[in-house]
Design a protein around this ligand. Structure first.
Ligand code: ATP
Ligand code: MG
Ligand code: FE
Length: 349
């Protein structure tokens, strides 16, 4: 089964081809970061228009490359596209392209949940996790701890009560004048930061349960920076020290919450995915946790932590292989779509 994946939920236009026997055949991504940078965040209308401009050329390029690398031209059996959650216009751009190609090629098009894509992304690596596992989804819009028993069997164990972890990284970067998107910049600054200069709180660790909160940390970053400005020490070193303290607080909070989830469920496999899972300190802290517990931590390769189409092609292929299909030419997008509402593929067969 050869599946073309299309991702357009936010500001990345991405395409990939995944084959259930040969694996990932190729993938391409065009990031709109430069387009949105001057606005300090993603402008939805600009994102939609750019997906329309970029997606077809990306698909052509990918198909050409993959065909040149194969003995025989490949035959795409199905198209998997991101149906939600995300920006409505951006999602509709990708869905419409997917549905049109499906019509032209006479193959099914399947809507995939963006977070299911993130969640399954570590399975693209060698040594994929077996079910069941605990998943920590840490991205720009989500921070969730999920019990995963199989594809489409998701139980939400913990969630953020306010900002997502990635959002807190982005806002901290913005307050320090470091630009957008914040995660990669904050982690780069943190490398040169003194871990002992500032101590940030560990939100909600004093309370039982698996819910989290990150808006307080963002405010703590702001107050710390404003004090530094008042004292005339608003330097790059101070920025680095704040980034380090902030990153340590996020890493420790996530690690303690994951530990609680593992103890409560008796599961000893931890999957970590979404853009924030690219963070070095967070990866190290969660890897150490699993080493202590004699379990295993699974991460996507760095380029598949943030948005990509390989994860969408993969998730779609898993569902199609399990018998799920979408016989109509209808397509729709869902801006909001809780992961827990998904069903296992067998229920569509
Ligand atoms: P969602 O997947 O919830 O819909 P999204 O698609 O915008 O949101 P992703 O693409 O998965 O999110 O991840 C982007 C987020 O990851 C941004 O908030 C970004 O700052 C953060 N991020 C990326 N790299 C790093 C890093 N090295 N450290 C921390 N955060 C990072
Ligand atoms: Mg993005
Ligand atoms: Fe994402």
């Amino acid at each position: 089964l050869t599946v073309l994946g299309i991702e357009s939920s936010c500001d990345e236009s991405a395409v990939a081809i995944y084959d259930t026997s040969a694996g990932l055949l190729g993938h391409h991504l065009f990031s709109q970061i430069e387009l949105h940078q001057i606005y300090g965040g993603v402008v939805p209308e600009l994102a939609s228009r750019d997906h329309i401009r970029k997606m077809i050329p990306l698909i052509k390029q990918l198909m050409n490359e993959v065909n040149q690398s194969q003995i025989e031209p490949i035959k795409v059996d199905a198209i998997a596209y991101t149906q939600g959650p995300g920006l409505m216009g951006a999602l509709l751009s990708g869905s419409a392209i997917a549905a049109s190609l499906a019509y032209a090629w006479k193959v099914p098009a399947l809507g995939v949940h963006h977070m299911e894509g993130h969640l399954l992304a570590p399975m693209l690596e060698t040594n994929p996790p077996a079910f069941p596992f605990i998943a920590l989804l840490i991205s720009g819009g989500h921070t969730q701890i999920i019990r995963v028993d199989d594809i489409g069997q998701y139980k939400l164990l913990g969630d953020t009560l306010d900002d997502a972890a990635g959002e807190a990284f982005d806002k901290t970067a913005k307050m320090l004048g470091l630009g957008y998107p914040g995660g990669p910049i904050v982690s780069k600054y943190a490398l040169n930061g003194d871990p002992d200069r500032y101590h940030f709180p560990r939100p909600m660790l004093d309370r039982p349960g698996l819910d989290m909160s990150f808006s307080g940390l963002k405010t703590f970053s702001l107050n710390t920076w404003q004090n530094a400005v008042k004292q005339g020490v608003d330097t790059d070193q101070t920025r680095a020290d704040i980034c380090r303290a902030f990153e340590l607080a996020v890493a420790e909070t996530l690690t303690v919450k994951c530990k609680r989830a593992l103890i409560a469920t008796g599961i000893n496999r931890l999957v970590v995915s979404g853009g924030v899972s690219a963070n070095r300190a967070i990866r190290a802290s969660l890897t150490a946790l699993m080493q202590q517990r004699g379990g295993e931590a699974y991460f996507p390769r760095l380029e598949f932590c943030t948005d990509n189409a390989a994860m969408i092609a993969f998730a779609g292929a898993q569902r199609l292989q399990a018998g799920q299909h979408n016989p109509t030419l209808n397509f729709s997008a869902k801006a909001r779509w809780p992961l827990e509402q998904l069903n296992p593929p067998s229920e569509f067969a």
